[in-house]
Write a protein that binds this ligand. Structure first.
Ligand code: ARG
Length: 283
């Protein structure tokens, strides 16, 4: 019995050694266990696949340029520079805002630029660049109703509309501390759909970013911006989202490249310039 156990033990040990050797050799010959560099993959492809939701003027919106429908806006100016610095072209996938991070996780896009706020919940599933723009949230109301909202609390007595899956929706509907807990707020997928509901009187107010509100009150009749900021003054921040690194793909150099471009644009005063240009384009 003793002898048999010993033989079995030796056989087991030998098998383990073989399997360990097998493991390391497949790593050495450049097999699947090697981590790929995302930045290099993008450079090799020659294309940066960008996910966005182009109904958030002036951040991103559709415009016919030289007879061709294009996605333009503030984020487009920035992502064109990000791509240029990597030596590649931009290719957009336009989708609903609440589908963007799913598309990023599923590798349908390499990066998301959509005026997206790097909040704590999102940070658990994806990485964000440095914040490239900071704005506040305000209300869009019917003209003449600018004073109907003196503080965020007043929203509780009104029919509120927000874009689905956004930080504004979270702030208005969630019952977390510091949020308003308005559970019956209207949540629609696109800002233009909310604007129609406001004009039809189905909702009293839309909570959205200040730059977005400013351009929409220019482009739609009979609407105005309410006379108060909603929530934190600096709540409406924007950053680029990329996938977190895993054992297959390393995104460190990619994220650094994105951040380097943002830092350069910021230093050169380009960010504010781009916002001004986007506001002009959106008129
Ligand atoms: N900043 C808000 C958020 O991250 C709203 C962004 C909406 N962007 C868009 N392209 N529709 O939730």
């Amino acid at each position: 019995m003793k002898g048999l156990k010993k033989i079995l033990g030796l056989t087991l040990a030998a098998m383990m050694t073989i399997s360990l050797v097998g493991c390391s050799s497949s790593g050495d010959d450049g097999g699947d266990s090697k981590t790929a560099d995302k930045l290099q993959q993008i450079k090799d492809a020659g294309v940066l696949k960008v996910g966005t939701s182009a109904e958030y003027s002036p951040y991103e919106f559709h415009k016919v340029v030289d007879g061709e429908d294009k996605i333009v806006g503030f984020d487009d100016f920035i992502v064109q520079e990000i791509a240029k610095d990597m030596g590649v072209k931009v290719e957009y996938t336009d989708m609903d805002f609440d589908g963007l991070l799913g598309a990023l996780q599923a590798d349908k896009v390499d990066i998301v630029l959509a005026g997206m706020t790097p909040d704590e919940t999102r940070k658990k599933s994806v990485d964000f660049s440095e914040i490239y723009y900071t704005n506040s949230n305000v209300c869009i109301v019917a003209k003449g109703k600018e004073d109907s909202i003196k503080s965020s609390e007043d929203l509780k007595n009104l029919k509120v509309g927000v874009q689905k899956g956004t930080t504004q929706a979270d702030y208005v509907t969630s019952d977390k501390e510091g949020c308003l807990g308005i559970s019956d707020a209207t949540q629609l997928k696109k800002i233009p759909d909310l604007m129609l509901e406001l004009q039809n009187g189905k909702i009293d107010v839309i909570v959205t970013g200040k730059a977005v509100a400013e351009i929409n009150v220019k482009n739609y009749k009979n609407v105005a911006i309410g006379n108060t900021t909603i929530g934190d003054e600096v709540a409406e921040t924007a950053a680029a989202a990329i996938k977190k690194s895993d054992d297959k793909v390393d995104n460190t150099a990619f994220l650094k490249s994105v951040n380097d471009t943002i830092a350069k644009l910021d230093k050169d005063g380009k960010i504010d310039e781009y916002m001004q240009q986007a506001l002009e384009l959106a008129k």
